[in-house]
Design a protein around this ligand. Structure first.
Ligand SMILES: Cc1cc2nc3c(=O)[nH]c(=O)nc-3n(C[C@H](O)[C@H](O)[C@H](O)COP(=O)(O)OP(=O)(O)OC[C@H]3O[C@@H](n4cnc5c(N)ncnc54)[C@H](O)[C@@H]3O)c2cc1C
Length: 512
């Protein structure tokens, strides 16, 4: 059986369905086939949205009402630091907003969101085969592409003008075409699970127990994305609609080793209980059965992301690091660029120049995004002053560089990949510089066996980030905190480094 389409999309989750919807909106006559191998979506990772991905979800895809009714409104990002497991809860350092979030962001159950998006694509006129696994692909440029698809034990053949790879980490085309590259400069791994019975730390009981903590913030903490921070690792805690929580650990294998334990979920739980904040809120928590997963070697990219008749979008093109939840941001940009490319090509336009732009700029964007925000960050992940300086600077520049343009003109801004042109290079240079300095300061602390000294007794509760000139106040705060850390570093001027120190978990840490 041979079926003919204009576009066949491999993968029907967020990126596949979003690409299809954007295409259908601009070119309704396009015959689109979506091929999804899973019979049902599971609750995967990718649950916390940012201001950029939320702008895509609300303004571009028009899901404001759906998200408000069916998912949870997110209340910003909060970081928690400690320097010993038995530290009192209200002595831990907290960094986050004092008030409700200024822009809409959401905590999403991806099984529900992805299913909803796919239904919208079907309703818009796309054909959906599910479960249907793409097993073979032959690309022949302007002569057309063909796919082999397994549907309920039967092999089918699909012919199309364009293939879009939205297969996520499977990175179907990048691997097949030899463009897949592991990012070995960033050896990070993740373990995660969903939990029931996580305590409500906005409750009256909590207010009675920790009155200063309760009085300090005007907004609740539990609906934020909360990160527990440590040397070489961080742990997310994300609430989901209905009461379950998602929690996951991301760690750099140069700095941290996950202790052994009975099961993956239990090892994760034990690790969370080792942090004073985790101990308080996960005391009675239980791992949801069969919902614990792990990925090693998280970051990778495709050295080429399109050619005549094929293009890659979403995680099939790259993944960096989930610390600031940039996954769906990149999905928003790449699905926008790919759908635009296809609309033009199917309309008869010569897209050679646009293909060149996507291939060249994508690799630049990936490299700068990694080097400015993530490279060697795990060395200072557990240092409250360094990490809070980074958060203020990273998020401040994100609001100027990305949030402001996408809210100004979403349709146009999502077609321009981040770090474009001279302004992109200038921003990248500046951000790389402070990131390198912060990790150098941390390495110096590690080398002298003086870590975590700033991890007690203070809170940084700011007014909240906004995409206008007022954000400069938070950037200034970040700069002062960084410069203060530079001054503190002078104490090592005449001290000789110690050869190696023990990380809190027992993993050996060498100063890099
Ligand atoms: C530990 C971790 C935490 C994260 N946290 C966040 C976060 O908080 N916020 C955020 O924005 N992002 C986060 N991300 C990233 C986020 O999960 C991804 O960016 C996002 O899920 C990518 O969506 P996608 O549609 O491109 O790919 P996926 O969601 O992976 O979907 C790919 C689809 O393709 C299908 N498929 C694969 N191969 C085939 C085939 N051969 N034939 C047919 N179908 C196929 C799969 O079944 C799947 O449904 C996180 C990632 C990790 C690893």
């Amino acid at each position: 059986m041979v079926s003919e389409f204009d576009v066949a999309i491999v993968g029907g989750a967020f990126s596949g369905a979003a690409t299809a919807l954007l295409l259908k909106r601009r070119r309704p006559e396009t015959r689109i086939l979506i091929l999804e191998k899973a019979s049902e979506f599971d609750r995967k990772v990718g649950e916390s949205t940012t201001e950029v991905s939320s702008c895509f979800l609300t303004k571009v895809l028009g899901l404001t009402s759906y998200l408000g009714h069916e998912q949870l409104v997110k209340q910003g990002l909060r970081l928690w630091f400690a320097n010993r497991p038995d530290q009192p809860f209200d002595d831990c350092v907290e960094v986050g907003a004092r008030y409700q979030a200024r822009l809409p962001t959401f905590q999403v159950d991806r099984a529900k969101l992805d299913a909803h998006l796919l239904e919208l694509a079907r309703a818009a006129g796309c054909e959906v085969w599910k479960p249907a696994k793409v097993t073979r692909c032959e690309l022949a440029g302007t002569s057309g592409q063909s796919l082999g698809v397994k549907v309920e034990g039967e092999e089918r053949e699909v012919h199309c003008r364009w293939v879009v790879d939205a297969s996520g980490r499977a990175a179907f085309l990048a691997r097949k075409l030899g463009h897949f590259r592991q990012n070995t400069a960033h050896p990070i791994n993740a373990v995660w699970a969903r939990f029931t019975g996580v305590r409500d730390w906005d409750s009256y009981e909590w207010r009675e127990k920790f009155p200063d903590y309760a009085a300090a913030s005007r907004t609740g903490r539990a609906w934020a994305t909360n990160h527990l921070m440590g040397q070489g690792w961080w742990c997310w805690i994300i609430p989901l609609k209905g009461g379950d929580f998602s929690a996951g650990l991301v760690y750099d294998s140069r700095l941290f080793k996950l202790p052994e334990g009975a099961s993956l979920g239990e090892r994760l739980r034990e690790h969370i209980l080792n942090h004073p904040v985790g101990r308080e809120i996960f005391r009675d928590a239980k791992v949801v059965e069969h919902d614990a997963r792990a990925y090693s070697a998280l970051p990778y990219y495709s050295a080429q992301v399109c050619g005549e008749g094929w293009a890659i979008a979403g995680d099939a093109a790259s993944f960096i690091d989930p610390l600031y939840s940039p996954g769906l941001d990149l999905c928003a940009y790449t699905t926008s660029v790919v759908s635009d490319l296809l609309v033009r090509s199917l309309g008869g336009e010569d897209t050679t120049e646009r293909q060149r732009y996507y291939n060249e700029q994508f690799v630049t964007t990936y490299r700068y995004w990694f080097e400015t925000l993530y490279q060697d960050k795990y060395f200072y992940m557990g240092e409250a002053d360094l990490m809070s300086a980074a958060l203020l600077l990273d998020v401040g520049t994100y609001f100027i560089g990305l949030v402001r343009p996408v809210y100004g003109n979403p349709e146009r801004a999502f077609l321009e990949l981040p770090f474009e042109g001279t302004p992109g290079r200038l921003f990248a240079g500046m951000m790389k510089f402070y990131n390198r300095r912060l990790s150098a300061l941390a390495k110096n602390r590690i080398a002298h066996g003086v870590t975590g000294t700033q991890n007690a007794g203070w809170r940084e509760l700011y007014d909240g980030f906004v995409p206008d000139f007022r954000v400069q106040k938070l950037i200034r705060k970040g700069l002062f905190r960084w410069w203060r850390a530079e001054l503190l570093n002078l104490r090592f001027l005449f001290a000789s480094p110690k050869p190696a120190v023990a990380a809190p978990t027992g993993a050996a840490v060498e100063a890099g």
